[in-house]
Design a protein around this ligand. Structure first.
Ligand SMILES: CC(C)(COP(=O)(O)OP(=O)(O)OC[C@H]1O[C@@H](n2cnc3c(N)ncnc32)[C@H](O)[C@@H]1OP(=O)(O)O)[C@@H](O)C(=O)NCCC(=O)NCCS
Length: 129
């Protein structure tokens, strides 16, 4: 599967008390990037959706400022029976710098299906990369 792309402009409401991008906001955007990759991956499966099960190896490498763009690249790196592992690289883009790796993490999603009681239960996705 090809790299999935997603972008966000850092607005003042995304900042922490130092005036730079709040880490929790970055993680939230990475989660959305991962879910876009998983959405494409599951299109032909029986799963209704996928839920975030784990976030690993998160690293904040560079400070991102209000007014910067953050360009996310999501790549599915492995799959299991119900699990899908996605590597997310978040690159900052400013007036001066085109592309600097700002943050990286590995997300594990689990494919789910809604049962008759409206509860989402794990389901095998039967898909390969
Ligand atoms: C997602 C959920 C339905 C999974 O159901 P479950 O019966 O608990 O299943 P498990 O998590 O034990 O296993 C599912 C898969 O995740 C993998 N897994 C479990 N823990 C993991 C971890 N810490 N890291 C990576 N993979 C993990 C398992 O190996 C399994 O993979 P496989 O099916 O490919 O072999 C359930 O855990 C859940 O609802 N969690 C809350 C999800 C949530 O609210 N997310 C935040 C909002 S999206």
């Amino acid at each position: 599967m090809k790299t999935i792309r997603y972008s966000q402009l850092v607005m003042p409401q995304d900042a922490n008390v130092f005036g730079t991008l709040f880490g929790g906001k970055m993680v939230s955007w990475m989660d959305i990037s991962a879910s876009k990759a998983v959405h494409r991956f599951l299109k032909k499966s029986e799963a209704d959706a996928a839920l975030t099960r784990a976030i690993d190896a998160i690293e904040f490498k560079e400070t991102v400022h209000v007014g910067d763009w953050v360009n996310f690249e999501a790549n599915i790196i492995s799959t299991g029976k119900s699990s899908i592992v996605i590597k997310i690289d978040a690159y900052k883009e400013s007036k001066e710098i085109d592309k600097t790796l700002a943050c990286t993490a590995r997300f594990t999603f689990v494919s789910v299906k809604k049962d008759q009681f409206g509860t989402y239960k794990k389901i095998n996705h039967n898909q390969t990369i």
